[in-house]
Design a protein around this ligand. Structure first.
Ligand code: UDX
Length: 453
């Protein structure tokens, strides 16, 4: 009881999307274990129902009034613009109420880099605020470089010939112009407005990043220099604290199916919570997987195929191509799947959580980024860490078959697997006592535990 009264409170503001809620809740759990009380301020949109074991956390709702259909109609980037505008005032009210109700001190507001409206509210009440980056340090740095080049009119336009897009970005090797985190979902102006807001530290006292220095040391140093405030790489957070946060129901039957497969014989195919495929891309993927002769576990999220509810309306050929060696689910327990000995490779859109989860289990990847930061991650997987095969250009059956065989059969894939396993060990060491992420977390915690406000 005594200990509880002494706890300082942290207010956390996640983006209401799976790839952001998960790392924010892992951070919440981690900081709670370190002795803080936790309040999670969620929007009504995509409200995540807390699991039973989070009764120690307080959940509050930011009373925005965006219709559910806005996300579908506007797409993620324009939706984020609207959400930030909409939440600005309502979050101030919410924080004001919390300050009246709280018997103990609010140490700071930690907001997802894309929920930048939270900074103004924290400032109004003289509360310290901290940015939490759920993307990679390199993606954060890239947004900054990208925004600067755009302001200087020095960006290679994205409709220029392909060769120019292949050029390396000065000071940012090995990234090419085409790896910049551009979204398919919005105009360049709209993306830039979001990026300007995410790279502007405003009054933030520090930045926490879900990464580790053994993966991104040079990007972290670059950010530290540019931002001139402490940058704390504390990840991969899923290896520090587990926090079940699935918005969709996990189909665990795939684990039974995996139990019947031999070691490293299955390729896991999953494109995260937002990516969309065209029907012809699904058909090409199915055909390529079929002719690769490998077993595959494929997550096809409802609504992830354009103009189709799920797989029912696909051409008949589809079920013939997947019935022999494939197993399809709507949503999988991804971390458990990646940890399964039968899984030898991961075909991924390279969302940052999927990337960390795959490296955390030593599973090499086939990288087919869909949008935004995923291109940066794919480029690093293929050309920096050398544990991935990036598939560029249109998705056709030949490219799918070749990529799967490169990863799953033969010497090249074996070498990638060895490198992935060695990286996994480094990640594990970084979150263990004395490791770089562990030390970084301790520094952050000590700062807020000891500072007098
Ligand atoms: C989005 C962006 O795309 C990503 O690049 C950014 O870094 C975070 O926000 P998302 O596309 O959903 O996220 O991808 P990702 O970051 O990989 O997150 C997906 C999460 O869903 C992972 O934690 C993964 O384990 C989980 N998942 C996915 C499941 O639990 N089951 C599944 O079947 C599929």
């Amino acid at each position: 009881m005594e200990e509880k009264r002494a706890r300082k409170r942290l207010v956390l503001v996640p983006v209401p999307a799976q790839g952001h809620i998960s790392p924010m809740m892992q951070l919440a759990k981690t900081l709670h274990l370190k002795g803080f009380s936790i309040t999670v301020a969620q929007t009504k949109f995509n409200y995540f129902n807390p699991p039973d074991d989070s009764t120690d956390f307080q959940f509050v709702t930011i009373p925005e009034s965006l219709p559910e259909s806005d996300f579908k109609n506007l797409g993620p980037i324009r939706f984020l613009h609207k959400l930030n505008k909409e939440c600005q005032v309502s979050f101030k009210d919410c924080l004001g109420q919390l300050l009246i109700q709280q018997s103990h001190e609010i140490a700071c507001v930690i907001y997802d880099e894309f929920m930048y409206f939270a900074e103004a509210a924290a400032k109004e009440f003289n509360l310290p605020n901290v940015i939490f980056s759920t993307t990679s340090a390199t993606a954060f740095a890239c947004r900054s470089v990208f925004e600067k080049l755009y302001a200087e009119n020095a960006l290679v336009p994205f409709n220029e010939p392909k060769e120019e897009q292949n050029e390396l970005v000065p000071e940012f090797h090995p990234l090419r112009y085409k790896d910049f985190p551009v979204s398919r979902w919005a105009s360049l102006e709209s993306i830039m407005e979001i990026y300007r807001n995410t790279v502007d530290k405003r009054t933030a006292s520090s930045v926490i990043i879900n990464t580790t220095s053994c993966l991104e040391n040079s990007s972290l140093l670059w950010l530290q220099q540019r931002l001139e405030i402490p940058v704390y790489p504390v990840g991969p957070l899923h290896m520090v604290a587990s926090a079940p946060t699935s918005l969709l129901e996990e189909n665990k039957s795939c684990i039974e199916w995996l139990n019947k497969r031999s070691q490293n014989s299955v390729i896991f195919v999953s494109l995260g919570s937002l990516a969309l495929m065209e029907i012809n891309e699904v058909m090409e993927t199915a055909s390529g997987l079929d002719s690769s002769n490998q077993h595959f576990l494929w997550v096809i999220r409802p609504g992830s195929i354009r103009e189709s509810e799920w797989i029912e309306s696909l051409p008949e050929e589809f079920s013939q191509m997947v019935s022999d060696r494939g197993y399809i689910v709507k949503w999988a327990p991804q971390k458990e799947v990646l940890a399964h000995p039968a899984v030898g490779g991961f075909w991924s859109h390279c969302g940052w959580n999927s990337t960390l989860e795959s490296i955390g289990e030593g599973v090499p990847m086939i990288c087919k980024p869909f949008s935004g930061d995923q291109k940066v991650n794919a480029s690093y997987l293929d050309r920096v860490w050398k544990i991935g095969v990036q598939v560029e250009g249109d998705l056709d059956r030949g490219a799918v078959e070749r990529a799967v065989k490169r990863l799953m059969v033969g010497e090249e894939g074996e070498k990638m697997r060895k490198r992935a396993v060695s990286l996994k060990e480094k990640l594990r060491a970084s979150v263990r006592s004395g490791g770089s992420s562990h030390n970084s977390l301790e520094e952050f915690v000590n700062f807020f535990k000891t500072v007098k406000q």
